[in-house]
Design a protein around this ligand. Structure first.
Ligand code: IMP
Length: 196
């Protein structure tokens, strides 16, 4: 079965391909299809945004689609940046701008700054919607550490670790990440269905 992975992020598409390797599900990325569509994330929840991406891509190819939306929720900031994680410091901002904004906002709050990364994975085939959440709990620190990863990784320390996500290798991060968890659940569900 061919399934389109609805992301322009090459790293994410590769992660999903790796996850389904050796199964009878063939993941086709938007890059493989030479499609550079950028679906505007106008939803107010991760679910709405992930479904929006999945439905938009489904309407083009009429093939089953896998999509996800993810972000960081900080408890003392009432769940912000949340769905606005990518553009928290404004349109076209950098990861560094976002990290500085979060650190500045947290200055007036006591440690620990509890937070979690959330990934909402969706499968949509024109009829059925399958939806799975993955979470990675941890805390925010006030100085960036590490050069791996992306986004908020340099200021996020996952529970059970002394290092930030940006100090872990990609292999180490992929074992514990919110995305690994949500996509693993989705994969298990699809495998279970296909074996019936
Ligand atoms: P999207 O799911 O690709 O729309 O990602 C939304 C934003 O959430 C990213 O631009 C990052 O700012 C943040 N984010 C999501 N996952 C991670 C992660 O694993 N590490 C750091 N930041 C992340």
């Amino acid at each position: 079965m061919k399934v389109v992975c609805a992301t322009q992020n090459k790293g994410k598409a590769q992660e999903v391909k790796n996850l389904f390797e050796g199964t009878d599900i063939e993941i086709v990325s938007l890059a493989d299809l030479k499609n550079n569509i950028d679906v505007e994330e106008t939803g107010t929840t991760f679910y709405e945004n992930a479904l929006l991406k999945a439905k938009t891509i489904y309407e083009i190819y009429k093939l089953p689609v896998i999509s996800d939306d993810s972000g960081l929720e900080i408890k003392q900031l009432g769940g912000r940046p949340g769905v606005y994680s990518a553009r928290y410091a404004g349109e076209n901002c950098t990861y560094d701008d976002n990290n500085k904004k979060v650190t500045e906002e947290l200055k007036s709050y006591r440690q620990p700054h509890r937070a979690k990364f959330v990934s909402q994975a969706i499968y949509y085939d024109g009829k059925e919607i399958l939806s799975f959440i993955g979470e990675l709990p941890g805390r925010m620190i006030d100085k960036q550490r590490g050069n791996f990863g992306f986004g908020y990784d340099p200021i996020f320390v996952p529970d059970g670790f002394a290092n930030t996500l940006a100090e872990l290798t990609l292999e180490e991060k992929n074992v514990i990440s919110h995305r690994a968890k949500s996509f693993e659940k989705l994969k298990n569900k699809l495998m279970e269905r296909n074996s019936k």
